[in-house]
Ligand binder design. Structure first.
Ligand code: 0L1
Ligand code: MG
Length: 266
């Protein structure tokens, strides 16, 4: 991927500082391609990797990864055509049933996802969904709280990747299950906000099978010179469309076979 880099090291650091400021102080910024129209996906990952390096240097712990933009609904909603990945740290995790503050977010949205916990390390390229299932310890239901830092949700793939795939918070919960006991393609998922149904879909919405999204993630990691270590927590991508939340909202994601995950926003 490094062969498609157009940004200099100085530009990467400058853009990383811009994204880091927007993430940590919760303000919106214009998409990065307004200033760097030739920015590539490789440039986006270079900024994201620098952000990961800085967070880890500050003591944040890398706990896993997320696949993003993995359903047709999400790609259409966001006007992009290729999935992406982002990293997850301990500072982004929130307990089930907790109150999640929004004052430290820009314009949060929630989406239902299947999360995988890995028992074996996976290395791409060439990782398949079958490899992912064999390396999975268990799956559990999860909600991702995404928070694009770009003004008015106006962005492109290179900018979103630089912004760590809009990662902000995540909540895992429900009933962890072994993958051999489930058909992960046909799980029905319902999202309720303040008691009203706001989203409904089946897990096959994620690239036909959520394990396909994790395989895609492992293969992108290989292009970045990384693997997916045993013990990683992996969000496989939104099954339902992302729904905006504000203080006072309560959200319940109900997954067939996997139970439900709840949270409220303050
Ligand atoms: O998790 C995702 O699907 C990433 C979404 C990136 C774009 C957005 O902020 O909606
Ligand atoms: Mg997501």
């Amino acid at each position: 991927m490094s062969s498609n880099l157009t940004l200099s090291r100085e530009d990467i650091v400058r853009l990383c500082e811009r994204v880091e400021g927007a993430q940590t102080r919760a303000y919106a910024i214009p998409k990065l391609t307004d200033e760097y129209p030739d920015m590539t996906i490789a440039d986006g990952y270079a900024v994201q990797s620098e952000l990961r390096r800085r967070f880890i240097a500050k003591g944040h712990k890398l706990v896993g990864w997320k696949a993003g933009l993995t359903s047709k609904a999400k790609m259409q909603q966001m006007g992009v055509s290729v999935p992406s990945i982002g990293f997850l740290t301990d500072r982004m995790a929130r307990p089930e049933n907790s109150a999640i503050t929004t004052s430290d977010l820009v314009h949060p949205r929630v989406e239902c996802e299947v999360a995988f916990v890995m028992k074996e390390t996976l290395q791409g390229p060439g990782c398949t969904a079958a490899d992912v299932l064999a390396a999975t310890d268990y799956v559990l239901p999860a909600v991702e709280i995404i928070d694009s830092r770009f003004s008015g949700f106006k962005f492109d793939l290179a900018s979103v990747i630089a912004d760590n795939g809009s990662s902000a918070r995540f909540v895992g919960g429900g009933r962890p299950r072994y993958v051999e006991d489930l058909d992960l393609r046909t799980l029905g998922v319902v999202m309720e906000k303040n008691g009203e149904l706001v989203g409904m879909a089946a897990s096959a919405a994620v690239l036909g099978h959520p394990a396909e999204a994790v395989a895609m993630l492992v293969n992108i990691l290989a292009e970045l010179g990384e693997n997916l270590p045993a013990g990683s927590f992996v969000m496989s991508g939104g099954i339902t469309e992302a729904v905006p939340v504000k203080p006072g909202d309560s959200v319940v994601a109900r997954f067939q076979e996997l139970g439900s995950v709840s949270m409220r926003f303050t």
